[in-house]
Design a protein around this ligand. Structure first.
Ligand code: GLU
Length: 290
């Protein structure tokens, strides 16, 4: 098996140190196995994407020596594939339209989950005739996963293997009924990422620990859509001087700003080459866990 990894930035800002680490992890894992490292622009959120960021990200990656193979994939070219996946989930009746606004959800006092409020399932409970009436009146709506139904439909206990965190049992309640198609853009991260990782034949999904919870949703979607299960590696995040997560506002840590200030790639790479990640990658080459 050829190991295939990817770096999947959103061209909604400049590449900063945190992204550079994600790219390095994906490339290092592919290189350790003589595999392939790919680039995918996750550009479905057209409200935030800016054209100059595609080239900026690519330039910064090359400057750091984190070159990828082949032409980068753009998610905006893949909308029909996400639509088809959503249609399949509709046929399985594991998604439902949600008419609630962000504000309404806030006012419902929804409990906070690890990635924002857990939707209380208001629209899941709508009687069929009211739902149909709202749909046919053209009311704007998102599509949400019915996490409980989806887990039943999957019909078996799902797990995933992470090279740094070990095996986890999927908990469909962790993020609840997540949005799989946003009102404004007709698709959403969780669905697009799963469809594209399969399309690009990614064997190892590497990304920051902040997305560990999302993997529970992704495994469920892979199972429902009959897609292969990748191995995962969720890596630690780069922290700022005060121990907090880097945010996009840390402009000084944008790779381009560092380059302009005369910092060299040789000075940047040691800041992102996490020893625990290196150990996990090395172990994966000898343990047969791949
Ligand atoms: N586009 C996502 C981000 O920038 C990456 C998600 C992933 O690697 O699965 O956070």
């Amino acid at each position: 098996m050829t190991v295939r990894t990817r770096f999947a930035p959103s061209p909604t800002g400049k590449l900063h140190l945190g992204h550079a680490m994600a790219a390095w992890v994906a490339k290092a894992l592919a290189d350790a196995h003589g595999g392939v490292f790919l680039l995918r622009h996750e550009d479905i959120d057209l409200t935030r994407v800016r054209e100059e960021y595609y080239g900026g990200i690519e330039e910064d990656l090359r400057w750091l020596g984190l070159d990828w193979q082949g032409a980068p994939l753009r998610q905006t070219a893949r909308i029909p594939a996400y639509d088809a996946a959503l249609e399949r989930l509709k046929d399985m009746e594991v998604v439902y339209p949600c008419f609630c606004t962000r504000r309404e959800i806030h006012e419902m006092g929804a409990p906070q989950g690890p990635e924002g409020p857990i939707y209380p399932g208001t629209c899941r409970e709508l009687p069929a005739e009211i739902r149909d009436e709202k749909l046919s009146s053209g009311l704007s709506h998102a599509w949400r996963l019915d996490a409980g139904k989806a887990a039943c439909r999957a019909g078996r206990r799902l797990t995933f293997n992470d090279l740094m965190h070990g095996v986890a049992v999927v908990d469909e309640d962790l993020l609840g009924d997540v949005v799989l198609a946003r009102k404004d853009i007709g698709t959403a991260y969780h669905l697009a990422v799963v469809v594209d990782d399969a399309f690009q034949e990614i064997t190892h999904v590497t990304r920051g620990e902040d997305l560990l919870h999302s993997t529970h949703v992704h495994r469920l979607l892979q199972e429902l859509l009959g897609l292969p299960e990748p191995v995962y590696l969720h890596h630690p995040l780069v922290l700022d001087e005060s121990g907090k997560r880097l945010a996009k506002r840390h402009d000084a840590l944008a790779i381009a700003a560092m380059r302009d200030a005369g910092v060299s790639p040789e000075e940047i790479l040691p800041r992102i080459q996490d020893p625990a990640v290196i150990r996990a990658i090395t172990a994966s080459t000898t343990s047969g866990s791949v």
